[in-house]
Ligand binder design. Structure first.
Ligand code: DI6
Ligand code: FE
Length: 397
């Protein structure tokens, strides 16, 4: 296939969009075989099935590198209660908060979890998503953690999208282990990780390192098992406070440190040194009314790649729009539109340890988006407007 008459944002370096006007892209199967100005199309691609894009913009397809998109129920009732003046503690005492999602996820069948997740997945796909990372972490027992991961894997069977899974057993202490986080880690989290790995359900290991979740020593025990199993790690770090999660992630050569609102300059330096991507999640910042924005300038100064994701989850980020996440990243975090696009493509791919996509270059995966816009800055500029014309997944329009 040959895409012609396109404005191409190749994203070949991190400094510019790498724009090619009146460009063409040759695809063979699920690979990009050539990209350049249409005037220079090599002879061998000239008889390919050509699609005139009418000057539309082509970018790498979007990648959501941080979601909790599989979960039972939702927390709209609790959202409404809080806005009617019921305190967070009262909501929690009435069984609300993350525990209510754990209860609903445990109670849901695999089919019901899948059926609930698909409309959210479809929302992502409708904005050009071709790769979604999905975490467990609302089961917090062996059966339900495995169930969540199986549902995540199933999504890629029933939708034209690729899925990467992260085991997030260290997300919260379940009610039955209240006050005994270490026992939970040893008796449930680690054995469940081993079981999920044996079943081939885990691509990476994640944790929530926070005062309300697990400390660095507890996360380190989980990470040690990940290392033993040959699995890469990533971490929810410094979301609400600074307790050393980012430094721990760097020490383990993590793929990514996520949220990082409270990460400081030394943390940014550590991430740069370990080649760890900072994943910024403006949906959670917005929903929680957080005021400490991640130190974008510090990440820039130290050369830490910044990815961007929806964090789609029922509590802190009920967001299923990558384009809105890009807009929020610019408006709330002062990222540039170029950084936002890199954050949902090339750097998102790096945050998943994948290096064959996210830029338009020879040999890369043919996962592309065709947009009805005149310039890539428009992708982050609009609010609640989806200019996707077509998505190409594995070389298929
Ligand atoms: N950080 C978050 O913001 C969410 N999980 C996490 O590790 C919150 C999850 C929830 O409230 O359901
Ligand atoms: Fe998260």
């Amino acid at each position: 296939m040959l895409l012609t008459n396109a404005l191409i944002a190749t994203l070949q370096d991190n400094q510019t969009y790498g724009l090619i006007k009146r460009g063409a892209i040759a695809l063979d199967g699920d690979k990009i075989t050539w990209v350049g100005p249409a005037a220079e199309i090599p002879e061998l691609h000239k008889d390919a099935e050509a699609h005139d894009l009418g000057g539309r913009l082509v970018t790498p397809a979007l990648i959501d590198c941080h979601t909790h998109i599989v979960f039972g129920g939702n927390r709209a009732a609790e959202f409404e209660q809080r806005l009617n003046g019921v305190s967070y503690e009262e909501v929690a005492r009435a069984g609300g908060g993350i525990v209510s999602t754990v209860t609903a996820t445990r109670a849901a069948s695999e089919d019901a979890l899948l059926a609930d997740a698909l409309p959210r997945v479809d929302a992502l796909i409708s904005e050009g998503m071709t790769l979604i990372e999905i975490k467990s972490g609302y089961g917090l027992d062996r059966e339900t953690e495995l169930k969540m991961l199986r549902v995540a894997r199933q999504i890629a069977q029933v939708r034209p999208v690729e899925v990467r899974t992260s085991f997030l057993g260290a997300h919260a202490v379940p009610p039955e282990y209240k006050g005994q986080p270490d026992t939970y880690i040893d008796n449930v989290c680690i054995p469940t990780l081993r079981a999920a790995h044996t079943e081939g359900l885990v691509d990476a290991v994640d944790g929530f390192c926070e005062g309300i979740a697990f400390d660095t020593a507890q996360i380190a025990r989980v990470f040690d098992v990940a290392v033993e199993l040959g699995l890469p790690v990533k971490l929810h770090a410094e979301q609400l406070s600074n307790i050393g999660g980012t430094q721990l992630a760097a020490k383990y050569g993590a793929l990514s440190a996520d949220h990082v609102e409270y990460a400081n300059d030394a943390d940014a330096q550590a991430l740069a040194k370990s080649g760890t991507v900072a994943v910024l999640l403006p949906g959670a910042f917005y929903t929680l009314h957080e005021t400490q924005a991640p130190r974008v300038q510090s990440f820039r100064t130290h050369g830490v790649p910044m990815a961007l994701a929806t964090d789609c989850n029922p509590g802190s980020s009920p967001l299923a729009s990558p384009l809105l996440a890009m807009n929020m990243a610019c408006t709330l975090f002062r990222m540039t539109p170029l950084e936002a696009l890199l954050g949902m493509t090339a750097h998102a791919s790096a945050a998943l340890g994948i290096n064959d996509r996210g830029r338009i270059t020879e040999g890369a995966r043919a996962d592309l988006c065709i947009w009805d816009v005149a310039h890539p800055s428009e992708l982050a500029y609009h609010i609640g407007f989806n200019p996707l014309h077509k998505r190409i997944f594995r070389g298929s329009l």
